[in-house]
Design a protein around this ligand. Structure first.
Ligand code: HEC
Length: 137
């Protein structure tokens, strides 16, 4: 009886340690997930509307930060969105990824949100690199 209790306590401790370890690791991005060329070229209609970024920030905290972190730097469930690899993508590419999602890896699709809200989210993701415009193609 005592031995069983000790063994289950050890198991429990092991589970706690390994889940803490997992939470500290930020999920890797999938470099093979690339937007179709015609979607890449879409420009953000809100690119000259820096005021729209506040709405994007709010939406991000409601819908995205559980996986991507409050600051967009990623968690065990979603990759860091502040990296050069993500920021190098066009607004059109980010919009497409946010809209369609990737069910294979657990990124939900947000096509149910009105388009302007999805572009606001793109603006917010951009704000993590300090700017709000599209990178030059
Ligand atoms: C349930 C967890 C989860 C939620 C919620 C979530 N994401 Fe993701 N997201 C992921 C995962 C996992 C990936 C990696 C997919 C891949 O690379 O194939 C990802 C990838 C992305 C990418 C592509 C990054 C790259 O490397 O190209 C963007 C952009 C993104 N998410 C934005 C968002 C936004 C904006 C929201 C909220 C509207 C959101 N995500 C909500 C899990 C999530």
């Amino acid at each position: 009886m005592r031995a069983t209790m000790l063994a289950s306590a050890a198991l429990l401790l092991g589970a706690i340690v390994s889940s803490a370890d997992q939470a500290s690791k930020v999920r890797e991005r999938d470099a093979s997930w690339v937007a179709p060329a015609d979607r890449n070229a879409r420009a953000n209609p809100l690119a000259n509307r820096p005021d729209a970024v506040a709405g994007g920030r709010k939406l991000f905290h409601q819908r995205c930060s559980t996986c991507h972190g409050e600051d967009g730097r990623g968690t065990a469930y979603g990759p860091d969105l502040t990296t050069a690899e993500v920021q190098a993508q066009t607004d059109g590419s980010l919009f497409w990824k946010i809209s369609s999602g990737d069910t294979r890896t657990g990124m939900p699709g947000f096509s149910f949100l009105p388009e302007p809200q999805r572009w606001q989210l793109v603006l917010h993701v951009r704000s993590h690199r300090g700017g709000t415009g599209s990178p030059q193609p």
